[in-house]
Design a protein around this ligand. Structure first.
Ligand SMILES: [Zn+2]
Length: 151
C-alpha cells in the first residue's frame, strides 16, 4: 500500500481491527514520511446481484446459499467446516464468471453440480427443493401478469 502523501511504497501496519465480520480496518504509517492513514478491506464479490426468474434483481447473499446447502445436507452428519468449504467452492466457481449479475438458475445449477460430487442424497434433496422454488416463482410471475383472477 503506497503512502497517499509521499507515494512511498513501504507502509507499516500499526493495528488491525474488525469492526464488522466482513470488514478489516488497518491503521498504517508511512515508513518514509511518517504519515498515518487507514485502509478498509471488504469482500467486493458481495456486490454481485442475482437475477430471479421473476425478473427481480436481488443482492447476492452468501448466507442464502450456505443455508440451502446446510438444509440439503440436513446438518448433523457433516462438520461445519466441511459445509463451509463446500460453499466456498460453489462461490469460487460462481465468481469465476466475472459477471456482476448471476441468474438464480445458474446459482442453483452450480450448487447442484457441487452437491452431486459431495453427497448424492443431499443432491436429490436440493434438487427437489430447488425445483419447487422455481415452480413457485413461475407461479408468482404468472399471478403478477394478471392470470391470478381465476383463483
Ligand atoms: Zn509517506
Amino acid at each position: 500500500m503506497r503512502c497517499p502523501r509521499c507515494q512511498h511504497e513501504d507502509t507499516r501496519v500499526l493495528d488491525t481491527r474488525m469492526p464488522e465480520p466482513q470488514t478489516v480496518k488497518r491503521r498504517r504509517q508511512c515508513s518514509s514520511c511518517g504519515f498515518r492513514f487507514s485502509t478498509v478491506e471488504r469482500p467486493v464479490r458481495e456486490e454481485i446481484s442475482v437475477l430471479k426468474r421473476s425478473g427481480k434483481v436481488e443482492e447476492f447473499d452468501r448466507q442464502k446459499i450456505s443455508t440451502s446447502v446446510q438444509c440439503a445436507l440436513k446438518k448433523g452428519n457433516r462438520r461445519r467446516e466441511e459445509v463451509e468449504a463446500l460453499v466456498e467452492v460453489i462461490l469460487q466457481n460462481l465468481f469465476k464468471e466475472k459477471s456482476k449479475c448471476l441468474s438464480s438458475e445458474k446459482i442453483g445449477e452450480e450448487v447442484l453440480r457441487c452437491l452431486q460430487r459431495f453427497d448424492k442424497l443431499a443432491y436429490v434433496r436440493y434438487l427437489s427443493v430447488h425445483r419447487t422454488f422455481a415452480d413457485l416463482e413461475e407461479f408468482q410471475r404468472q399471478i403478477g401478469e394478471g392470470h391470478g383472477d381465476t383463483i
